[in-house]
Structure formats: C-alpha cells, structure tokens
Design a protein around this ligand. Sequence first.
Ligand SMILES: NC(=O)c1ccc[n+]([C@@H]2O[C@H](COP(=O)([O-])OP(=O)(O)OC[C@H]3O[C@@H](n4cnc5c(N)ncnc54)[C@H](OP(=O)(O)O)[C@@H]3O)[C@@H](O)[C@H]2O)c1
Length: 359
Amino acid sequence: MTSGPGAGGFTQLPGMTKDRDADFGSLEERIMIALSEKRIVVTGGSGFLGSHVVERLRAQGCRKLFVPRSAQYNLCRQSEIARMLEEARPEVIIHLAAVVGGIGANRENPGRFYYENLIMGAELMEQARRAGVAKFVAVGTVCAYPKFAAVPFREDDLWSGYPEETNAPYGLAKKMLLVQAQAYRQQYGFNAIYLLPVNLYGPRDSFDPAKSHVIPALIKKCVDAVDRGADEIEVWGTGAASREFLYVEDCAEAITLASARYDGADPINLGAGSEIKIRDLVGLIADLCGFKGRIVWNADKPDGQPRRCLEVTRAEREFGFKATTEFRDGLSRTIDWYQAARQSVESEEHAGGQAAAGR
Ligand SMILES: NC(=O)c1ccc[n+]([C@@H]2O[C@H](COP(=O)([O-])OP(=O)(O)OC[C@H]3O[C@@H](n4cnc5c(N)ncnc54)[C@H](OP(=O)(O)O)[C@@H]3O)[C@@H](O)[C@H]2O)c1
C-alpha cells in the first residue's frame, strides 16, 4: 500500500483520502496510531525538545513511555541500542537524541557532530526495523537545507545545493536519516517519517554559552547586562541574517500529531512560517529583558546562513499542524522561565554554600 520515495508515500486506510488538497475535515480520521496505547521510546526525551514531547504524550494519556538516558544507553553503540530495544520493546520510536549546538559549537565539533548524529540515527533505525518497530519518527533540522535555497524553503528543494558550511556536517548527518527512511519504506515497507523543524526556542532551552542557540544566548546577554548595569552588549555578526523560530511546545505538538497521523515518504517542514532579521530580534529581546544600552555588532563573527524561513503548508495539509504561539508571547515565556530557573539555581547554590559554611 505504501508508495516509494518522492511519490507522495501515503498509506491509504479506510476513511482516508489520497487527495492532498482534500478537505481538512478528514484529518481527524487520519489517526493511524493511537499513541496512548503504545509503548513509545523517546530518545533524547530528557533534552530541550524531548522533554516537551514527553510532557505532551503524557498529557495525551500515554503511560508506556521510555526515555533512554545517554548515561545508561549510549546510542552511538550498537550493543547499547540493542539492549535498550530489548528492555523497552517499543512499538513507536521518536528519535530526538542528538549532539547539537549553535554556530560556535558546530564550528568546534564538526567531526563529532557528523559522526555521532549519523551513527546514532542510522543504527537505531536499522535495529528498529529488525525489531519490528511499527513507527519510527526521525527528526532532522533546517540546517539540512542548501545555503542558498529559495525562501521560503520548500521540502522539494532540500537537495538543490550544499548546506551553509558551519553546520553542514550536522545537517547532512541528520539528512541521511531521510534517505534511510525513504529507502527502508521502499524496500521493507517500514513506516519511518522525517520531520524538519526550524530553529526552536522556549523554556528549558540550553543557556550554556558553549552550546546555546541565538535566542537563549541573546536573552542571557541582556539579562546579565541588566544585572551588572552594563551599558553595552556585543552580538555576533552584522544582524543582517534572518531566521524563523518555532516555539518548542508547538514543535512538540507537531511531532505528536505527525506520529499519530502521518505515514509518508515525503519530508515535512515544521515551522511558524515567518522570519525576523537578527537585528530586529536583538531589539525585541533587549526590550523584553529591559536592556536599554548599546548593541555592538561584531562583524568578524559569522552571520551563518543568510536567510531561513520554511514553507509550512505541507504539515498543515498532511496532519493538521499550524503553529499557534505568537513570537512575542513565546519570547516572554522563555525569558520568564530563564529568570525563574536562574534564581532557583542561584538560591540552591547559595543554600549549599551556607550549609557548607555551617559545617
Ligand atoms: N533545538 C533546536 O533548535 C532544534 C532545531 C531543529 C531540530 N532539532 C532537533 O531536535 C532534536 C532535539 O534537540 P534538542 O535541542 O532538544 O537537544 P538537547 O536538548 O541537547 O537534547 C538532546 C538529547 O540527546 C541525548 N543524547 C545525546 N547523545 C546521546 C547518546 N550518545 N546516547 C543517548 N542519548 C544521547 C541527550 O540525552 P541525555 O540528557 O540523557 O544525555 C540529550 O538530552 C535533535 O534531533 C535536534 O537535531 C533541534
């Protein structure tokens, strides 16, 4: 019943239509997998995106969830993947484990980001297929798109050029999961789907300067500057590049919708469908954080890909996903979370220090 790569790859079930322009009313009927009844492994389920996906699955009634932590199961190793699959016996795998980071981390670790992401995904999908897993959800990244793809990026343009050099090893390693998913669908009828989220932001993101992405990095800079009473902050690049951002809870919703409703070979973009120039983003974050000083642009540092914005209609058509979080609201929630988390970390450190001093 499934079709090959590039041919639409849509499994037709009773009550479903193969017409891509079909009425959206039929989407509700496209529940191919009742997730609440399934044993689900969420690799990377303790990470930024993964923790929101797990939360969402729980809220939908999923109780048979298994999150393999890297300390117990290093998923770069064949034998540890095998042990994890034996213990968890998943029917569905949502593969979010990855080594990730912003421009700086990608520049410092191109080899590690390439190897670990490639091997983890390739081996996990292979063993999942052999173990008879019913559904494999692979999550790629906007970094897989060609550096100069026409904006907005359409899924059909994924192979029209080489990615932006800084994150090409990471982006291409993850892009191989798309090739694998399509090849396995064609040869084995394996139900693997491939989703491409744009840059994410939201609570529980990493604010560690060694690996943070642009939004947490800017929030931290502004909040720290306000605390110190600094009158300027330095920002990488020229501010001319543009980016699209998807609120992490929206992305988690998209992933759970696709896990339940989508069974096709075509890759699917997950985005908010609008872009903002980094210069405007910095202004907005400074404003929300109450930083009123000067912004100094360090043009010796890279801008990264010139523009990033996804064409997002396929996700809506195929499984009814449309991002709903307003960008300003999402940023405010992220800043609030960071300020609260920071305070609790600092007060724990303070309490620890006092306890130690009293001993
Ligand atoms: N963040 C974004 O803006 C963004 C955008 C597009 C796509 N994505 C994709 O979304 C996924 C999640 O990203 P994220 O930002 O949530 O990353 P994250 O917070 O760093 O989480 C990644 C998780 O992967 C796990 N992991 C790493 N290496 C592992 C290994 N060898 N064995 C087992 N587990 C391992 C870690 O688990 P432990 O905690 O147990 O060590 C970690 O919690 C990735 O596939 C990423 O490519 C993210």
